[in-house]
Design a protein around this ligand. Structure first.
Ligand code: 13P
Length: 250
């Protein structure tokens, strides 16, 4: 009942021309996948060019971040209304790079999540522990804390639009993927907390993605886990052939 969701987070890669090339390659090789959902999250600068190319296709458009306000004197920020205007359906909030490099905390991420939902964007909420947090046995409590902080005030009725991505920070861009068993165990813990916050019915409908060095050669094992409903892919989403193989997980 949870449709698997494979999303590519392109991070700060691709000029407009390169982004168009990549989307052309994806559309050419995609076929007609009816049992899974696909999203690409290019940099803001490529959204306008990609929107008409993706309209009516199997690939949905997402953004990598959003500011909670609709408009105003917020230099450098992009509003949810602007993203909707460009055809975005999804938006990543709380990515660990936003948390670590740009100093975002759960309170701001919570505002972003509410604003995204209010304006018709489906948030992909990222959570995940660092290496020292895992090594000191705190991985689960860190993730639970992030979930509680970021989901403050979210109603169970909004759950259908929510996606949670578990991205252990030590697995991002390192080639050091969580084992399928470790990922599954954290996903099960996340679903348990979601049940406490939003109720068990909502929790069982929310898609949980794994992210962190997802590649063509490990996606099948990860996707075979019962609580892993998708992948949030960084590096391997930047080339058509590798992302297509991930989308075509078996
Ligand atoms: P990598 O797939 O490059 O490890 O990145 C994961 C990620 O941060 C996706 O949001």
């Amino acid at each position: 009942m949870r449709v698997p969701l494979i999303a590519g987070n392109w991070k700060m890669y691709k000029t407009v021309a390169e982004a168009v090339d990549l989307v052309d390659g994806l559309l050419a090789g995609l076929g007609n996948p009816s049992d899974r959902e696909i999203v690409v999250c290019p940099p803001f600068t490529a959204l306008h060019a990609l929107s008409p190319l993706l309209r009516g296709t199997e690939i949905h458009l997402g953004a990598q971040d959003v500011y909670p306000e609709v408009q105003g004197a917020f230099t450098g920020a992009i509003s949810p209304v602007m993203l909707r205007d460009l055809g975005c359906q999804y938006v990543i909030v709380g990515h660990s790079e936003r948390r670590q490099i740009f100093g975002e905390g759960d309170a701001l991420i919570n505002r972003k999540l509410h604003s995204a939902m209010t304006h018709g964007l489906r948030p992909i909420l990222c959570v995940g522990e660092t290496k020292p947090e895992r090594d000191s046995g705190r991985a689960e409590s860190v993730v639970v804390g992030q979930l509680r902080g970021c989901l403050e005030g979210v109603a169970a009725s909004a759950a259908a639009d929510l996606v949670v991505a578990y991205e252990p920070v030590w697995a991002i861009g390192t080639g050091d993927t969580a084992t399928p068993a470790d990922a599954q165990s954290m996903h099960a813990a996340i679903r348990q907390v979601l049940a406490e916050i939003l109720g068990s019915e909502a929790a069982s409908s929310i898609r949980l993605q794994y992210g962190g060095s997802v590649k063509p050669d490990n996606v099948d094992e990860l996707m075979a886990q019962p609580d892993i409903d998708g992948a949030l892919v960084g590096g391997a989403s930047l080339k058509a052939d590798s992302f297509l193989r991930i989308v075509q997980f078996r």
